[in-house]
Design a protein around this ligand. Structure first.
Ligand code: 5GP
Ligand code: MN
Length: 335
């Protein structure tokens, strides 16, 4: 958490009239959108207006969140996003650890911005920002935003909008309160959020009972050819661009596919390889159990990173070569 001195500095910086911008990472997920909007609604309760800016578009299943439609998508509104960041007095950096994770457009804007930068994030090895609240043991940035509000002693300002948004990010980043970093503190906060108006049934149904037919077709395709290697310890899933196009892929359709690999008895690692729809690279998602560190593995071989049990990366070869190289690399690892 920020020190008491930092908290009072932040209290003096984040006041009505200041230009406040909240930015989250490329390909925003539930925790990214939930923490950004949750913080925005909280600041509004303090009388402070803030703009949420995301580098690129986000899945439809997150657009039900209060004021999701007002989010500025830099890919579509370049000028507006660029100017807001340039003129900002304060930038909150949420759910990512380094400017480059905001992409080629927004990343450099953050670096050049003269604003005071405040990071709240749970990824490993954060870059240097003016104020840093980084904790890799917390399962979701949304939980950290709640801790931040507690430290400000302003829980009374958490209204239904704040509660709905923060609940969503905690739910999605813990895989529905299942992942190991889910703690008693997580559940206490979730209980508070429910008391303050978050509705679990509606949030779950808005976020997760939203399969498109294209998603289910794609899922059946990859489950039908899942490959398990290294004595059953590593599961491999993959999708080609051609297949994405054939089934009418929409953003978010493949979210969570990688988890199916880990649900197989005895697997330690699941890897999902997907040809990017527009550019020539392979997007990779890794998931692992317990002590197996896919963050290190992805940093070492696949230009990526993330968390111990959930990481991503990129590779610039064909999908066949990428999977071959992956199989080779895992032989040297002790999982
Ligand atoms: P996902 O597999 O859901 O795309 O990503 C899992 C986790 O790894 C997320 O926390 C995300 O922030 C991180 N991650 C995904 N792709 C990359 C990447 O290319 N570089 C880094 N450093 N982290 C990534
Ligand atoms: Mn997160």
């Amino acid at each position: 958490m920020f020190t008491p001195a930092e908290i009072s500095e932040i209290q003096n910086l984040v006041v009505p009239g200041k230009k406040i911008v909240i930015i989250t990472h490329y390909n925003p997920d539930g925790d990214a959108i939930g923490s950004s909007l949750g913080l925005k609604h909280f600041l509004k309760q303090k009388g402070v207006e803030a703009e949420v800016i995301v580098p690129n578009d986000f899945p439809k299943f997150l657009k039900w969140m209060p004021e999701a439609k007002q989010i500025i998508i830099a890919d579509y509104k370049r000028k507006q996003a660029g100017e807001a960041i340039y003129h900002a007095d304060v930038i909150f950096v949420l759910d990512f650890n380094a400017s480059h994770r905001a992409g080629n457009l927004v990343g450099p804007w953050i670096e050049k911005a003269k604003a005071v930068k405040i990071l709240i994030d749970h990824h490993q090895q954060p870059d240097d920002f003016d104020f840093v609240y980084s904790d890799v043991t917390v399962p979701a940035t949304c939980q950290m935003v709640y801790h931040f509000i507690e430290t400000l002693q302003e829980e009374h300002l958490v209204n239904t909008d704040v509660a709905q948004c923060l609940y969503t990010g905690i739910m999605t980043d813990t895989g529905g309160f299942r992942f190991r970093s889910t703690s008693a503190a997580t559940h206490r906060i979730v209980a508070n959020l429910i008391e303050k108006g978050a509705d679990p049934a509606t949030i779950t149904s808005n976020t997760w009972d939203t399969n498109t037919v294209s998603r289910l077709y794609l899922l059946s395709l990859i489950l039908g050819r899942i490959e398990v290697v290294k004595d059953g310890k590593v599961a491999i899933l993959w999708l080609k661009r051609k297949e994405l196009q054939e089934f009418g892929f929409q953003k978010g359709d493949t979210e969570g596919f990688v988890n199916y690999g880990l649900s197989i008895m005895g697997t330690q690692v699941s890897a999902f390889f997907m040809e990017d729809l527009y550019e020539d690279f392979i997007k990779i998602s890794f998931r692992s159990k317990d002590q197996v560190d896919v963050n290190q593995f992805s940093r070492k071989y696949f230009h990526g990173g993330g968390h111990i049990n959930a990481a991503g990366g990129k590779y610039y070869k064909s999908i066949e070569e990428t999977i071959e190289d992956f199989k080779e690399k895992i032989e040297a690892e002790d999982f």
